[in-house]
Design a protein around this ligand. Structure first.
Ligand code: FES
Ligand SMILES: [Fe+2]
Length: 382
């Protein structure tokens, strides 16, 4: 073999490694599972009146296909709308809703909390979060003197200094004002509020030891239940997110676990085939692990946080890992890769928040403004 051949082969292999690493986690979250073959998916796209684009019709597999190693299944496939039984999804949600959260609420990505107090409404309470040399802090957003917002407060010597009359508020508190328990897990920040049986730490799924992580946060007019129920319905994926998923087949579904073969679109026609598994570690979290195929061990961790007044936030962390040699380089380039991971996750959640809002409006019997949110799929079908 000539040196040119060897060099070319190595270049192709490195490109493949690189693409594999960059795209290890499914973009954003795996929200879709579909039963049947690739032709079923293509049919699904055309069923709703929209023909697949030329790019969506092209599929070039990247890496191996774990589904080819699985034994043939006896059962005949059923249409996705049959498999996506509302009773089954509700049962899985009820099982998840019984799991403890310990009073912890995911607030935001760790990187987005700095030395300036930032305000959030969590479960009807206005709070500020900031960090200093001592670490992460959380406290009520209103000054205990006359109620000024502490979102704009200066931080001096470990104290918030109220912008109205200069009251200095430290860890010792002032009257009823006192710091709230806060926790930084390295990727997400959390606060603990009263009202649930407390746990020392938030309940988290098993995360990969070495990963590139990215976080997105979106808000919608719905309850946390509707966000989790969206994720407990993987069958919508091929139909609702045809730009992201193809060849998706649920191979196991019970109240605790959903396992599926799924191929997701990495770049253009490049398709990556994996086995993914959803579990619900707590009532407000659903986790998707890649259990076989490219990026095994990668995780998408979706948290649903109630904000109050019928609003909720999706706080989603993606942890991309890979067994490929090129992963060390990908880790070093995390700052470059992260925006692409966030863009993919945000793109899916733009549509899935619309789904969750629709569930919420159906539940309260008032299909109203929330149903006007146009999803990406709907826009493209017009
Ligand atoms: S309102 Fe904060 S010191 Fe007066
Ligand atoms: Fe989805």
């Amino acid at each position: 073999m000539s040196a040119i051949d060897t060099g070319a082969r190595r270049a192709v292999r490195e490109l493949r490694d690189w693409l594999g690493v960059v795209t290890s986690p499914p973009p954003g979250a795996f929200t879709g599972a579909f039963k049947g073959s690739s032709s079923d998916s293509a049919t699904a796209s055309s069923d709703d009146g929209r023909r697949p684009t030329w790019l969506e019709s092209l599929r070039i597999p990247l890496g191996d296909r774990p589904r080819d190693r699985q034994p043939a299944r006896d059962e005949a496939p059923v249409p996705d709308w049959v498999a996506a039984s509302p009773a089954r999804i509700l049962r899985a949600w009820e099982a998840a809703s019984r799991k403890p959260c310990g009073g912890w609420f995911a607030v935001e990505g760790s990187r987005r909390i700095g030395k300036h107090p930032k305000t959030f409404t969590i479960s009807g309470r206005d709070v500020v979060l900031w960090r200093d040399e001592q670490g992460l802090h959380a406290a009520p957003e209103a000054c205990p003197h006359m109620g000024a917002s502490l979102a704009g407060a200066a931080v001096r010597d470990g104290c918030l200094v109220c912008p109205w009359h200069g009251l200095s508020l430290g860890p010792a508190g002032h009257g009823a004002w006192h710091h709230l328990p806060a926790f930084d897990d390295g990727t997400l920040v959390w606060i603990q509020l009263p009202g649930e049986a407390p746990l020392a730490r938030p309940v988290l799924p098993v995360r990969p030891r070495s990963a590139v992580d990215a976080v997105v946060r979106l808000e919608g007019q719905c309850e946390p239940e509707h966000i989790i129920r969206n994720r407990l319905d993987p069958w919508h994926g091929a139909h609702f997110h045809p730009y992201a998923f193809c060849d998706l087949e649920v191979i196991h579904a019970d109240d605790e676990r959903l396992r599926m073969n799924v191929a997701y679109r990495a770049f253009g026609p490049l398709v990556v085939d994996v086995v993914a598994e959803f579990t619900t570690p707590s009532a407000r979290c659903i986790a998707m692990h890649i259990v076989d195929g490219e990026g095994r061990g990668s995780l998408v961790e979706t948290h649903a946080t109630p904000l109050g007044h019928g609003r909720s936030a999706v706080v989603e962390a993606t942890f991309a890992t890979s067994e490929r040699d090129g992963f060390g380089l990908a880790r070093r380039l995390g700052a470059v890769i992260r925006p692409f991971m966030e863009r993919s996750a945000r793109r899916l959640w733009d549509d899935d928040v619309a789904y969750a809002e629709r569930l919420a409006s159906i539940a309260d019997g008032s299909p109203g403004p929330s149903t006007l949110r146009a999803t990406r799929t709907a826009k493209r079908a017009r």
